[in-house]
Design a protein around this ligand. Structure first.
Ligand code: NAD
Length: 360
């Protein structure tokens, strides 16, 4: 039994709807396991900008610092697309929040639920039994290096983004990846472009230098282009993948599609004192407010929060088991709907998972 503070940041679009369902699941966990979670809501993204003039209001930042973990919905939408970059929901809220909290690692589990094996565009025999953990470096590389544009005398402009890494930035994410592999099938694939990029060559040197500390982990290296191909050819090859920011951004989305629906995939950003947990999808403005969104990615993000921030493994498993149970019973939100299944809306899916946690 424990007492924990959770900052709840629903954000924009479908954010509030899906967060509502994750809260139902957490409340079932409280009841079943005798915990007490204290939830405090904060504004973020477009709704933060509308109310406070900034997508990451100071109050929200303070709330995050005063919490044990953050449950995040999604931010953004057409309404805020024409704002200056630093005020746009994603660039102005999510990136600085990650930086401020020192969240240098994004982890995304990609699993195939047997009940959803036909939801993927890949053949069932390719994805059956798939279980990958993609670990992406989150606060370095191209997205944070020096960038700019300058006018050239001969006409046109010169534009540049700089990919850079310091040794310690590679070491800390590699350590996390090795440790994650130790708890799983003990296989780590480090992904880079060492045939071309200096940053990748150093990445590989650092990872190799650490390998003797983890003799039980089988390490291999793969170029990003090959990794991208292998992910759709033979994804069961992979256990834990670790890679730098830009490569990770792309292959984590690619890997996510192996399992079929954006609405199913959770993620955690960790590394600092306070972890941030969110579905991998965005704010889906096209279906916002329609009670149609799949809340499972957010519910599973809440499960990851319990495991990675509070070390509540059994509670995490209780949520995962409940989700599997509801899918096995044939209930589907519209994004997963197929013949012979039972259509439910966002709220109903949330209620069912919450109920199943209590029964399980
Ligand atoms: P998106 O992920 O919001 O939506 C892509 C498609 O998937 C849409 O058709 C949407 O309806 C569907 N979809 C997404 N989540 C779903 C769910 N839970 N259930 C059912 N269907 C779902 O991506 P987008 O359309 O490229 O972006 C929309 C907005 O979200 C943009 O403003 C973008 O900047 C923002 N965004 C935010 C985050 C974040 O908050 N972390 C991430 C990605 C995009």
């Amino acid at each position: 039994m424990g007492s924990y503070r959770i900052a709840v940041l629903p954000g924009d679009g479908i954010g509030p709807e899906i967060i509502g369902q994750a809260l139902k699941a957490l409340k079932s966990v409280e009841k079943k396991f005798g915990h007490q979670f204290k939830y405090t809501e904060g504004l973020i993204g477009g709704s933060g900008y509308d109310a406070k003039g900034h997508p990451l209001p100071q109050e929200t930042l303070e709330l995050c610092h005063a919490s044990d973990a953050i449950l995040f919905g999604a931010v953004g939408g057409p309404k805020w697309d024409s704002l200056p970059v630093h005020l746009r929901p994603e660039a102005g809220a999510l990136l600085p929040l990650r930086k401020e909290l020192g969240l240098y690692a994004n982890i995304r589990p990609v699993q195939v639920f047997p009940a959803l094996i036909n939801a993927s565009t890949l053949k069932p025999e390719v994805i059956e039994g798939l279980d990958i953990m993609v670990i992406r470096e989150l606060t370095g590389g191209l997205y944070f290096g020096e960038k700019g544009r300058e006018t050239l005398q001969e006409g046109g402009i010169r534009v540049y983004d700089t990919m850079e890494y310091k040794t310690y930035e590679i070491e800390r994410i590699a350590r996390l990846a090795f440790q994650m592999a130790q708890k799983r099938r003990k296989k780590l694939t480090s992904v880079d472009k060492a045939n071309v990029l200096e940053t990748s060559r150093h990445w590989r040197e650092v990872v190799n230098a650490m390998a003797p500390e983890f003799p039980d982990v089988e390490l291999d290296h793969m170029y990003i282009d090959n990794c991208s191909m292998q992910l759709v050819r033979y994804p069961r090859h992979f256990d834990v993948i670790v890679t730098e920011n830009t490569f990770g951004d792309i292959i984590s989305d690619q890997a996510s599609q192996l399992s079929g629906s954006l609405g199913m995939l959770a993620s955690a950003s960790i590394g600092g004192k306070i972890g941030l947990y969110e579905p991998i999808h965005g704010s889906a403005p096209d279906i916002a407010g329609m009670n149609k969104a799949n809340p499972i990615a957010t519910i599973l993000s809440a499960a990851m929060l319990l495991k990675y921030s509070f070390n509540l493994d059994a509670e995490c498993e209780a949520i995962e088991k409940a989700v599997t149970g509801v899918l096995d019973m044939g209930f589907r939100t519209p994004d997963l709907m197929e013949d012979g299944k039972k259509l439910v809306n966002t709220d109903e899916m949330g209620d069912m998972v919450a109920e199943q946690i209590l029964k399980g």
